[in-house]
Unconditional design. Structure first.
Length: 132
């Protein structure tokens, strides 16, 4: 799978690229708002262990409030049906018990749906660094 992390020339239209990046931003905003119904609407049914991840997200949200800031978002590979977006983020606790803030680097994989919408199909962590 190493080839999916290499940056390639993007041939998708700027309109499609904008749609893809909007889903990545929506994922951040909905996560921060703890809007799980909204999140499920932008996730593809093929996302690995989605039901289990949703339970974990809800458990965390019951205890913590988080803020995530993207320092870099870049479409690195795309076809008409699948896109890879490299996301670097700073993740901080807003409220809740002790928690170590961290920076993350990862790939968000999106799949194009039959109706033309893009949905999150996977998240591939590349690196994480605690900041406190």
């Amino acid at each position: 799978k190493a080839d999916q992390y290499k940056e390639e020339a993007i041939t998708l239209s700027s309109e499609e690229q904008t749609k893809i990046l909007a889903v990545v931003e929506k994922d951040r905003v909905l996560s921060e708002k703890e809007d799980f119904d909204g999140l499920m609407a932008i996730y593809d049914s093929s996302y690995p262990d989605l039901t289990q991840k949703t339970v974990q997200w809800k458990q965390l949200a019951a205890v913590f409030d988080f803020k995530s800031t993207y320092s870099s978002v870049k479409l690195i590979k795309a076809s008409e049906k699948e896109a890879y977006v490299r996301v670097q983020s700073k993740n901080e606790k807003v409220s809740g018990p002790e928690f170590r803030n961290f920076n993350a680097d990862g790939i968000t994989v999106l799949k194009k749906q039959a109706d033309g919408a893009w949905k999150v199909a996977d998240s591939i962590p590349l690196a994480m660094e605690f900041t406190q």
